[in-house]
Design a protein around this ligand. Structure first.
Ligand SMILES: NC(=O)C1=CN([C@@H]2O[C@H](COP(=O)(O)OP(=O)(O)OC[C@H]3O[C@@H](n4cnc5c(N)ncnc54)[C@H](O)[C@@H]3O)[C@@H](O)[C@H]2O)C=CC1
Ligand SMILES: O=C(O)CCC(=O)C(=O)O
Length: 521
């Protein structure tokens, strides 16, 4: 049973995929739950997913944001904890674009102010002379999902649209009938500017006290993206001196807003972060993340992730068995070597090279690190932990697959030590280790194993068998590999339980056995 915690107001209809799943128990914040049970956390923007919260949920695997902006989630901390972060990037695009457009129309026609006036039993028609949108220039800063939906609506209103987005290609701008320009040009030309970027170090205060004077006198400013992209102090200054004709704000530097002078300004209209607040958007984002969380917990791929490369489902299904195998190969090396490792090289051959293998490499590194660190390690944080531990890694694709349809070879190197394990996955037969340190062998990497290095001499296997017999320990399977008769050889034995260390000590007394290492997979 997987345990999912929902901390913010998330549409119950949209949660149906989780609520209806047999293997999922959903808790709302006000219900009793054991933090140690929680494997998935679903939030909107109210919950701050930070180091403090993450450390209270030790078994958390995934945090899902029912929305776009993940600024309430400390991605670095989540990544460090091995927690996958997913969001719902397009479920609320239309609602937010429509809200922004409603704000633009309301702003230039003073609708909220006029509404209050009439409700205050006044009838002041002269005070609320507005401005037409027709023929005006709309400047859109940030031309992603929402920005481009706004452009379509503005064009329908026969506005000219100029946009600034450093990542926008000429062909996309052309396709959407907008003119892409440097920020300074957009600032000089626009009658109305609306911002639709994420809040980053580059976009914080993009329009501010020192550059708003460059805008046209009488410009209208709109922020339905994130508080702070238009600096509130600068905005207020230019509203007060009349340079800015009005502003529409759905988002604030601090929410709820504390800048009373700005919120109460007569030429400022405000909404309480309502961009995504429609039945449709809330259903969409909640349904999208619920499906992704369910897929993730059941070991399938997710459609979108912030800190994990996403793989198309068909490909994920094909490479799924290799993830398990990769982790086991990493774990074999880690347990067999027992010494510091500085470099790991993963080589892929055969049909596996047709797919994106970087995430598979991360799962091998995670498998290697798991036995060596006491934190959760997975594909999300493997690279960071490897770096922290001074382990470099790389991958390559080669043609030689030794007659198998696919091969994963992992070489780990430390000071004066090197080990190589080669594995394959055979459809209908399963995962096999087919080579270790120069020896061809063939065993299934699972359960409790004993890896023995010995000299190929008559009687060694018999002596080993005697020790197990004496200790009433049943050998489940046994595979031997050697290069030359009478030379160095290896054995891989499997057991139904973990082996006692005293038994290993006894085995090491056999003169022709140079090492015996237990591997628990
Ligand atoms: N008010 C509300 O309720 C909602 C607000 N939002 C916010 O709206 C914003 C936009 O969302 P989407 O369009 O879905 O995101 P998106 O990721 O599709 O688009 C963002 C665009 O900003 C551009 N960008 C990044 N840095 C830039 C910079 N320095 N200068 C100019 N452009 C830059 C990117 O290239 C991208 O095209 C986000 O901040 C999101 O959190 C989203 C949904 C609801
Ligand atoms: O209503 C919400 O959850 C906020 C939506 C939002 O700001 C976003 O998706 O980025």
């Amino acid at each position: 049973m997987f345990h999912v915690l929902v901390t913010d107001a998330i549409s119950a209809d949209g949660l149906a995929p989780l609520l209806e799943a047999d293997n999922i128990k959903v808790y709302r914040n006000n219900e009793n739950y054991n933090p140690k049970d929680i494997q998935a956390l679903l939030v909107r923007s109210a919950t701050q997913v930070n180091e403090e919260l993450l450390s209270t949920l030790p078994n958390l695997q995934v945090v899902a944001r029912a929305g776009v902006g993940v600024d309430n989630i400390d991605i670095q901390a989540a990544t460090k904890h091995g927690v996958v972060v997913i969001n719902a990037p397009d479920g609320n695009t239309i609602s937010t674009a429509e809200h922004t457009f409603a704000m633009i129309s309301s702003l230039v026609r003073h609708i909220p102010q006029a509404n209050s006036n009439v409700k205050g039993l006044e009838w002041n028609r002269k005070k609320f002379i507005g401005t037409e949108l027709f023929g005006k220039t709309l400047g859109i800063v940030g031309f992603g999902r929402i920005g481009s939906e706004i452009a379509k609506r503005a064009l329908a209103f026969r506005m000219k649209v100029v946009v600034y987005d450093p990542f926008l290609t000429e062909s996309r701008a052309e396709k959407l009938s907008v003119t892409s320009l440097p920020l300074e040009e957009v600032m000089k030309m626009a009658d109305i500017i609306t911002v639709h970027t994420p809040l980053t170090k580059d976009t914080k205060g993009l329009l501010n006290k020192s550059n708003i004077h460059m805008l046209k006198k009488g410009v209208f400013l709109v922020n339905c993206a994130r508080g702070g992209i238009i600096e509130e102090e600068g905005l207020l200054h230019f509203l007060n001196n009349g340079h800015v004709a009005g502003a529409a704000l759905d988002v604030f530097e601090i929410e709820p807003p504390t800048n009373r002078d700005l919120v109460l300004h007569e030429r400022v209209i405000v909404t309480p972060h309502l961009g995504a607040s429609t039945k449709e958007a809330q259903y969409n984002v909640s349904n999208q993340v619920s499906k992704d969380v369910l897929a993730f917990l059941n070991g399938h791929s997710v459609s979108t992730s912030i800190n994990l490369p996403t793989i198309p489902k068909e490909i994920y299904n094909k490479i799924q068995p290799f993830f398990q195998l990769g982790k086991k190969v990493g774990s074999i090396l880690s347990q067999a070597m027992k010494t510091p490792v500085e470099e790991i090289t993963v080589t892929y051959a055969g049909n596996i090279t047709e797919w994106e293998t970087s995430i598979l490499t991360k799962s091998i590194i995670a498998g290697f690190l798991r036995n060596r660190v006491d934190t959760t390690v997975n594909e999300v944080n493997a690279a960071a932990i490897a770096k922290e531990r001074g382990i470099s890694y790389g991958e390559k694709h080669i043609d030689e697959s030794y007659g198998y349809s696919n091969i994963i070879e992992v070489e780990a190197k430390g000071k004066d030590i090197r080990m190589v394990v080669r594995a394959t996955f055979i459809e209908g037969y399963g995962a096999r280790i087919v080579h270790m340190n120069g020896f061809d062998i063939d065993f299934s990497p699972k359960g409790h194993l004993l890896y023995v290095q010995h000299t190929d001499r008559p009687g060694v296997i018999g002596q080993l068998g005697n020790i197990f017999g004496k200790h009433e320990t049943n050998i489940a399977t046994m595979h031997v590999g050697r290069m030359l008769q009478g030379g160095k050889a290896i054995m891989m034995l499997s057991f139904d339980q973990t082996l006692d260390n005293r038994l290993i000590d006894e085995i090491l007394q056999i003169p022709d056995i140079s090492s015996a290492i237990t591997l628990d997979l």
